[in-house]
Design a binder for this molecule. Structure first.
Ligand code: ADP
Ligand code: MG
Length: 259
């Protein structure tokens, strides 16, 4: 495997709160990387900085040889990085299918919109085909005509993944994809993510569910108070003192239960 994404010496503070401090790690091509850590340790902020939602104070973020840490969000998306949100908000007046289609919308300009060319109609047709295929893959075909806001928390997570995949990313970053998801859907999500990964997608996944982490992740990094305290295989987590200290507040007996 070769490094696809490289984060070097990244730091971020909000006022006096140093949320990320000298964070360095890489994501290999084809890798599934788990991002762990207790609540408030900086996991979502790290995803926000990589995806351009939150500007960084120091450090660099690169995809291949391209620096992306100073690019606007849409250019970061164009460079192949997509993400989902911890608590996805969905529009009330759009159907599930319309939301996925909108996620794939490119800017064609006013003239093109009023007088669509044959080529533009073909682009829209291919977007519709892609959206339909993704809704099928993410088990949302039955609800494709419902208002997106009417979906359950778990279905909204799946819809968030479908939207993120419309841009055909090379890296997908998921913020707690299993939280609020009905147990019946969990295995389906694991299988879908495995299939996407086998088709070449690299993943960064924030998750607390250790069963999910063990099943899916090739490697894990663990944040504690904004600093990486472990970078190891999921199996090694249970034997790592720093993880024990960070994640569970000490006490090996707790580690056996949770990891
Ligand atoms: N936009 C923001 N403004 C101020 N503080 C923030 C902001 N986003 C996150 N934080 C702070 O950063 C810390 C880490 O938050 P977060 O990255 O959401 O943690 P995690 O996802 O690991 O639970 C928290 O103390 C949080 O209050
Ligand atoms: Mg979070």
């Amino acid at each position: 495997m070769s490094a696809l994404m490289q984060v070097n010496h990244l730091s971020k503070a909000f006022g006096g709160n140093q949320v990320l401090e000298d964070v360095s790690f890489s994501l290999d091509q084809g890798e599934i990387l788990g991002l762990l850590g207790p609540n408030g340790s900086g996991k979502s902020t790290l995803l926000n900085t990589i995806s351009g939602f939150t500007p960084i104070d120091h450090g660099t973020i690169s995809i291949g040889t391209q620096r992306i840490d100073k690019l606007p969000t849409y250019q970061i998306i164009n460079s192949g990085i997509a993400r989902t949100f911890q608590l996805p908000n969905m529009p009330k007046k759009m159907s599930v299918l319309e939301v996925v289609m909108a996620a794939g919308t490119r800017s064609h300009g006013l003239f093109q919109s009023l007088f669509p060319s044959k080529r533009l109609r073909q682009v829209e047709q291919s977007d519709l085909a892609k959206a339909t295929q993704l809704l099928d893959e993410l088990l949302l075909t039955k609800v494709r005509n419902l208002p997106a806001d009417a979906l359950s928390g778990g279905q909204k997570k799946l819809l968030g993944i479908a939207c993120a995949l419309m841009g055909k990313p090379s890296v997908l970053m998921l913020d707690e994809p299993m939280a609020g998801v009905h147990p019946n859907l969990r295995q389906e999500i694991v299988e879908t993510l495995t299939r996407l990964n086998q088709n070449g997608l690299s993943l960064i996944i924030i998750e607390h569910d250790m069963h999910f982490i063990r099943e899916l992740c090739h490697r894990c990094i663990v944040l504690n108070r904004g600093t990486i305290v472990a970078n190891c295989s999921p199996q090694e987590l249970a034997h790592n003192e720093q993880v024990l200290e960070a994640y569970l507040g000490g006490g090996t007996h707790k580690l056996q239960e949770a990891v």
